[in-house]
Design a binder for this molecule. Structure first.
Ligand SMILES: Nc1ncnc2c1ncn2[C@@H]1O[C@H](COP(=O)(O)OP(=O)(O)OP(=O)(O)O)[C@@H](O)[C@H]1O
Length: 345
């Protein structure tokens, strides 16, 4: 089977800034990656790693230090602005000066690469604008002036404009930054569906690690030192690549849950016997309390039981068995238990 032709491809791309005549600041690269039709890729990385620089370079808004970006097999440095706007749309984090435009007018601007500045909107163009407003839940403020919108509302409108542009490649720099949790979830779901249904390639940068892990078909993980690891999110979690990319003192990546925890691993050993949501939340509470969970035999064991839809936490310590009816009860009891076993760190 031959590999599909990518919509966007980097070839030995080095991104960064020209600071002076001969001085260069290399941010990342050389990168050799591709975006395929129908996939949602999340670009993750710590602050300052180069996510926005990469987005702008891919969109042709700043030149690469070396190498090239090809979109549908054409070098973006040799393509007219109008043609590029029919192939690629980008939403940046910068606040857009929309003057006195209404939401409807701003979103309609997305159609101009297709119609030309003097072009009249066809029924097809108008339908695409309507669909973009509906998909992003912005139709209800179509007549409002953009300047009067909240940050989150404006962010959704900018996405609507990019959708109206209807390009095969869509780049979004931190599209969830101003959105509340339900809107963030909705947006990620929308982008995932959109990629699948319309066969667009969507690349978005984000700091929303757990949403990205759930929604992304692939993750591009940009490290501080400018290397980029690409892969299916679950492979990157299991290989420990996430931990390395975000390695910071006091930040612990929990492979079991795919989240960063604010607690350093404790030293008191406990074995937890049970599964499902009860085990998940018990484990969280024990970690906060300074325990380290182990699968081996430990001087302290907590067994989870569910009887007649009531939960029970049964602690086994030095031959004493106690039953507790909530995590609060369990923790209160454990605070009275002497420290019986320390993990060898
Ligand atoms: N115009 C510029 N000239 C020189 N260096 C720049 C310029 N803009 C950004 N940088 C530097 O390039 C590096 C990458 O910045 P970039 O904004 O791409 O990071 P980022 O991953 O998007 O960060 P964040 O998560 O904080 O948004 C940083 O060290 C930044 O200071």
């Amino acid at each position: 089977m031959t590999a599909p032709t990518p919509l966007l491809e980097m070839q030995a791309l080095v991104i960064g800034y020209k600071l002076g005549r001969a001085e260069r600041k290399r941010v990342a690269g050389p990168l050799n990656l591709a975006l395929q039709a129908g996939e949602l890729v999340c670009l993750l990385g710590p602050n300052g790693a180069g996510k926005s620089t990469l987005m702008r370079t891919l969109a042709g808004l700043q030149p690469p230090l070396s190498g090239q970006v090809q979109i549908e097999q054409i070098d973006t440095q040799h393509i007219s602005a109008a043609e590029l706007a029919r192939k690629l749309s980008i939403v940046l984090t910068d606040r857009v000066e929309a003057g006195n435009l209404t939401v409807q007018e701003l979103v309609t601007l997305g159609r101009y690469p297709h119609t030309g500045w003097l072009g009249n909107l066809t029924a097809h163009d108008q339908a695409i604008v309507r669909e973009a407003l509906a998909a992003t839940n912005t139709a209800q403020f179509a007549t409002r002036r953009v300047a009067t919108l909240s940050d989150g509302e404006r962010q959704k409108v900018m996405l609507a404009r990019a959708l109206a542009q209807d390009t095969p490649v869509v780049l979004l720099d931190e599209p969830t930054a101003h959105l509340d949790l339900p809107n963030r979830v909705q947006l990620m779901r929308l982008l995932h569906q959109l990629a699948r249904q319309t066969q667009k390639a969507i690349l978005l940068s984000t700091h929303e690690l757990d949403l990205a892990l759930q929604a992304a078909d692939r993750v591009w993980l940009l490290h501080d030192e400018g290397q980029l690891h690409a892969g299916v999110p679950e492979d990157l979690v299991l290989s420990g690549t996430f931990e390395v990319a975000f390695a910071r003192e006091g930040l612990v990546f929990d492979q079991a849950t795919g989240t960063f925890t604010i607690h350093k691993p404790g030293t008191r050993l406990v074995r937890l016997d049970g599964s499902g949501p009860l085990a998940f939340w018990t484990r969280r509470a024990l970690q906060r309390e300074g325990f380290m969970l182990t699968d081996d035999e430990a001087p302290l064991r907590v067994e989870l039981r569910e009887q007649n839809s009531a939960s029970q936490w049964v602690s086994h310590v030095a031959g004493q068995i106690q039953s507790h009816h909530s995590i609060a009860d369990l923790l209160t009891y454990l605070r009275t238990v002497p420290d019986l076993g320390q993990a060898q760190l």
